[in-house]
Design a protein around this ligand. Structure first.
Ligand code: NAP
Ligand code: HSE
Length: 436
């Protein structure tokens, strides 16, 4: 059996998980890959630290150049995260003719166009299944399983930390900061957890999914991004009264001649399967014009779940060693000469239904004034909830669900509503997706 030596850049949560799963499932993995996979070296910042995996047979180094320049290593597995030095090390590994596997979505989203081109130039593979939705084989599903389809839209819960926080807040009433600390402890969060909470990590993943879906180059700067830090328990409760769950969703959709790419808290009808995806679990719904609506579900973060995707890429590469590189599936599912730039719609041009919560003075005529403004702007109301003030003199809460409306029309209407004397706080607005 062929021996394949791999070198790891990074030996933290995912690196350690990868070593553990390779050891625990060595027999199955070698039967599937027809190779004996050996982790021969690994780099980290501090090689004296206790690791979650056994490192006895691994050459440890603080110098990552030793890994990427080692002539015995055929596959470099980048699990250090961040843009630099990860990017330079991957470029060096590719130039040295090594295949590369990475879980680094920030790097792929920001520099994937350049990195994939370098891989092609050097006749090697740059694989990244673990970069999106942890253990879910969504890249494989989109690139291969759905290749007969024109993709109409996709929507996903693609950040495990954010979903874990929203779930714990809703189910246990836990405080935001406490749940975030727990997610960090469990190894789910990014090195900078703002990436999880403010939607940047989900935007990285969405940008890659959109390119896989529509065959366009990666365009991270154009993803509209809102995080979950402003979602309040009050809105979670009112949404549930209306039959919805609030989830942090990434949405990519073909609309007219363009494409929508957006990440934001979203109300989803509670009867949809994805509305019931809780904790660290992720799910991606993909609508293809032949297959219809499909759903991919699984753990979105964590050591061994992510290692599962990393190792699947390693096995794929082992299976292709020695084969001509034009047999490999293109990184984004379309060869580079088949990628098309598509116009990306600014957020004001998208169409969506909305949940609106307005804090209003409890006096006659307020509701009539608000509904008139909405009607004057062509906005229909689907449902209304009114909550009386909890104490005398306090504001009442009016919750409205609108029909689909162009975002810029809604902004105009809200500006007019917020200028009414009886409204003294900005409206809360959350987009609603039916996902049908
Ligand atoms: P982590 O636990 O912080 O591990 C990072 C590892 O990289 C550590 O071993 C660290 O060394 C090493 N490292 C960092 N900078 C380095 C440098 N300049 N030179 C040498 N080594 C360096 O991170 P992680 O959670 O495993 O995440 C790794 C990657 O996987 C990231 O791109 C992340 O976005 C992605 N990812 C993570 C998950 C997850 O569930 N955690 C899931 C999917 C994808 P020390 O240990 O000595 O500090
Ligand atoms: N921090 C990421 C998450 C890791 O929570 O989803 C998996 O990509």
């Amino acid at each position: 059996m062929k021996v394949v030596k791999i070198g790891l850049l990074g030996l933290g949560t995912v690196g350690g998980g990868t070593v553990n799963v390779l050891a625990k499932n060595a027999e199955d993995i070698s039967r599937r890959s027809n190779c004996q996979i050996i982790v021969s070296s690994a780099s980290a910042r501090d090689i004296t630290r206790t690791r979650i995996c056994d490192t006895d047979t691994i050459q440890l180094t603080t110098n990552s150049q030793e890994v990427v320049n080692d002539p015995d290593i055929q596959i470099v597995v980048e699990l250090m995260g961040g843009e630099e030095p990860a990017k330079s090390l991957i470029l060096q590994a590719l130039a040295n003719g090594k295949h590369v596997v990475t879980a680094n979505k920030a790097l792929i989203a920001n520099h994937g166009n350049e990195l994939f081109a370098e891989a092609v130039k050097n006749n090697v593979t740059l694989a990244y299944e673990a970069a999106i939705a942890g253990g879910i084989p969504i890249v494989k599903a989109m690139r291969e399983g759905l290749s007969a389809n024109s993709i109409e839209w996709l929507a996903g819960i693609i950040n495990g930390t954010g979903n874990f926080i929203l779930t714990e807040m809703r189910d246990k009433g836990s405080a935001f900061d406490d749940v975030l600390a727990q997610a960090q402890e469990l190894g789910y969060a990014e090195a900078d957890p703002e990436y999880d909470v403010e939607g940047i990590d989900a935007a990285h993943k969405l940008c890659i999914l959109a390119s896989l879906a529509f065959g366009m180059p990666l365009n991270f700067e154009r993803v509209y991004t809102e995080g979950i830090s402003k979602v309040t328990p009050l809105d979670v409760t009112y949404a549930e009264e209306l039959g919805y769950r609030i989830k942090h969703l990434g949405v990519a959709k073909k609309a007219g001649n363009g494409v929508e790419m957006r990440v934001h808290p979203t109300l989803i009808p509670e009867k949809r399967l994805i509305a019931n995806v809780d904790g660290v679990m992720n799910a991606v719904v993909v609508k293809g014009n032949a297959v219809g609506t499909t759903l991919y579900y699984g753990p979105g973060a964590g050591a061994e779940a992510t290692a599962s995707a990393v190792i699947a890429d390693i096995v794929d590469i082992c299976r292709q060693l020695g084969a001509p590189s034009d047999h490999a599936v293109p990184a984004l599912g379309f060869s580079s000469d088949q990628l098309n730039e598509l116009p990306i719609l600014p957020i004001e041009e998208i169409t969506s239904a909305y949940y609106l919560r307005l804090s209003v003075e409890d006096k006659p005529g307020v509701m009539a004034a608000m509904t008139k403004i909405l009607a004057d702007n062509g906005i229909s109301i689907e449902a209304v909830l009114q909550k009386e003030p909890e104490q005398h003199g306090a504001n009442a809460q009016v919750i409205l669900l609108t029909d689909s409306v162009l975002e810029k029309s809604l902004i105009t209407a809200l500006q007019q509503i917020e200028s009414l004397d009886s409204i003294n706080q900005p409206a809360v607005r959350i987009r609603v997706e039916s996902l049908q």
